[in-house]
Design a protein around this ligand. Structure first.
Ligand code: NAD
Ligand code: G6P
Ligand code: MN
Ligand code: MN
Length: 432
């Protein structure tokens, strides 16, 4: 029987994770689940942990649910470790989003200027978790959702030298669900091939006769009011660009391909309702009020107001497929190893892969057309520099990473925003 550890257990997403495990209880022999948090997250951990216990009890399962602030105690002998923590909490995210907006730029808390600072705060913590894992549960799989999920996965592989790591995101899941629905088909009747980087992934769609139907799906996506994810403004790519790309970009591509319009819309909502981080704070308050109710024994529907809906479910599916060697196809962040010919072998990519007992086995993709190749190479360079800056604390590398990011229009403004962010986050950046 297996032991699962979730770091950042106080997250409001945890009930979804528990629901995902309960759904798979016939296949996944769980003995214990440890929810780990830190002192500042104690209250959230308590509330969400008690809901988790009620859910498991209602399902009639004998799993032990442990709530703890002692990470080492939790990690001992673990089989799977999932990570969903936020260094600096939502207040740090609000700064990641607000400071760029105040300077007339998009913050984008995962792969824009904000996300680069999130990487600086997060990577030292994930590397210390990996060091603990090497001592306390050296055979465990690390399933990471902590953003920027692609960069965090790459840091674990390259600098943590830990092989058994998989990064996950709910964006591909949302694309597959909504596009199947648009076509009036079940996802199992279609074949989706994803390739790219986390939050910068493109995909193709095929029907079960072997036809490439990407163009048809793209036209539907653009003409219907597809929902996307709750945290990203709905905005449509140009039909002419989609025709030429021959692949469907992901929701996060809007920040790049539609940077001008997204900035305008972003500044508008910043003025009216504050940053997304502030909106999420209000959603969280509502969620934790619900979670406190001792009569609540299920995941509430209000959780769908969070952009990450379904991501925990993907984690449970992944763990199930590794544990039972199911070899199902999923979209994951893993080492490139030649899957995408345009990128270094040792970097992390987001790709469709078979999920086996020995980890993800990506489907070969090959070379991108010119337009995607150019953009993905600059984004990967930005990621590599960001990771290196996070590990070394080298200011010059951090600045170069900023100047490389296409959301930063020049080095004068880039340096200003970087410096303001470094000061604002000083407490969580001991390496700088
Ligand atoms: P959150 O603000 O609720 O943080 C989760 C928990 O992490 C909190 O209870 C907090 O106390 C705890 N925490 C903070 N620092 C910690 C540390 N050093 N060690 C252990 N725990 C710590 O965050 P959230 O909104 O639930 O999101 C959690 C993380 O998951 C974020 O990094 C977010 O970007 C990411 N996320 C990723 C996806 C995806 O698609 N991969 C989807 C949703 C969320
Ligand atoms: C999802 C992304 C996640 C991200 C989340 C933000 O679409 O895949 O990586 O963390 O949205 O949602 P939130 O509710 O926190 O704004
Ligand atoms: Mn994501
Ligand atoms: Mn529309």
């Amino acid at each position: 029987k297996i032991k699962i550890v979730t770091i950042g257990g106080g997250s409001s997403y945890t009930p979804e994770l528990i629901e995902g495990f309960i759904k798979r209880s016939a296949e996944l022999p769980i003995r214990e689940i440890w929810l780990v948090d830190i002192e500042e997250g104690k209250e959230k951990l308590e509330i969400v942990g008690n809901l988790a216990k009620r859910m498991v009890e209602k399902a009639g399962l004998d799993w032990q649910i442990h709530l703890t602030l002692d990470r080492e105690e939790a990690l001992k002998g673990a089989d799977f470790v999932t990570t969903q923590f936020r260094v600096g909490f939502l207040d740090a995210r609000i700064k990641d989003e607000r400071i760029p907006f105040e300077n007339g730029l998009l913050g984008q808390e995962t792969n824009g200027p904000g996300g680069m600072l999130k990487a600086f705060r997060t990577i030292p913590v994930i590397l210390s978790i990996v060091e603990d894992m090497k001592r306390l549960c050296p055979d465990a799989w690390l399933v990471n959702f902590t953003n920027p999920a692609g960069m965090v996965t790459e840091a674990v592989l390259k600098y943590g030298k830990y092989e058994k790591v998989v990064g996950l995101c709910n964006v591909p899941v949302n694309h597959m669900m909504s596009e199947s629905k648009l076509l009036g088909k079940d996802a199992s009747e279609l074949f989706f091939h994803f390739a790219g980087l986390n939050h910068f992934v493109w995909h193709k769609v095929y029907d079960n006769k072997g036809n490439d139907i990407t163009g048809e799906v793209a036209a539907k996506v653009i003409s219907e009011e597809e929902a996307g994810v709750a945290n990203i403004e709905v905005m449509h790519f140009l039909q002419d660009q989609l025709d030429h790309l021959g692949m469907i970009p992901c929701y996060y591509h809007r920040y790049y391909y539609l940077q001008d319009d997204m900035l305008q819309k972003g500044l508008e909502s910043y003025k009216n309702e504050g940053t997304r981080g502030e909106v999420v704070k209000r959603v969280e308050e509502e969620l934790f009020e619900l979670y406190k109710n001792p009569d609540l024994k299920d995941k509430p529907t209000q959780l769908e107001k969070r952009g990450g809906a379904y991501y925990s479910d993907a984690a449970c599916e992944l763990i199930n497929s590794i544990h039972n060697d199911k070899k199902i196809l999923m979209v994951v962040n893993t080492r490139n190893n030649g899957t995408i010919d345009d990128l270094p072998y040792d970097c992390a990519i987001e790709t469709t892969a078979y999920i086996t007992a020995s980890g993800p086995r990506p489907l070969n993709f090959g070379k991108f057309p010119t337009a995607q190749r150019g953009y993905i190479q600059i984004m990967k360079a930005m990621e590599e520099l960001t990771i290196e800056a996070a590990v070394t604390g080298d200011y010059k590398i951090a600045l170069e990473a900023f100047i490389t990011n296409p959301l930063v229009p020049g080095s004068t403004i880039g340096k200003k925003v970087l410096d303001e962010l470094l000061i604002a986050h000083k407490k969580y950046l001991p390496q700088f």
